[in-house]
Design a protein around this ligand. Sequence first.
Ligand SMILES: [Zn+2]
Length: 233
Amino acid sequence: MVLTTTSCYKCVGGTISCDSCAGNLIKYGRDIRGKQRYFCKKCIKTTVLFYTYQACHVETNPKIIALTKEGVGILSMARLLSISATTILKRIKNIASTLFPPTLSNNQEYEVDELKTYFLQKSNPIWIAYALEKESRRVVSLAVGNRSNFILNQVLQPLIKTYPKMIYTDKLKNYKHLIDNNIHSIRNKSTNHIERMNLTLRTHLKRLNRRTLAYSKCVIMLESIVRIYCWSI
Ligand SMILES: [Zn+2]
């Protein structure tokens, strides 16, 4: 909660304002522990002065996003933020569900590739299929699963709808059936940018590091982490 010299709206002493919108607060009863609650009329949120549980602070989600992008694992994050690992997992899923791919423009060139990793145990391989816009180098579409036509189609369909100039892929046979010949190329070295992006992902996201035990325990978390890395601001 921010201490300011703004005069109060009603009866809170003129020294506090809302964390979210800096609006004035009014008293709003007490919480289960007997602490004074406050209500912001501007953003319709309630708050207390000093939270016992760290996860309630408004800056927690931005910190989780920043640490995820720095490749910090779930348990390390829980220790650093003094929050339970379960809360971190829930927050990551929630944050990822609010993120969407960037808007695509027509007539662009894309590179599509799959990145192999594991979930639960080393005998369970799984792939992150994704597309990179060649000009902006942004990840514009992604899906997690096996290398089936279904998963690859989830990545390709949004691209095909925008009438792409060309889609560059590796020599995986599935692509021949999924992409029209006129806009499909498997030319040598045409997927250099996405191959380099694979290395960046492996370096920055702990669960994609090779030769570690840090791989994902669940597919939803894997997808959530990649979505946050690629699409959060
Ligand atoms: Zn507010």
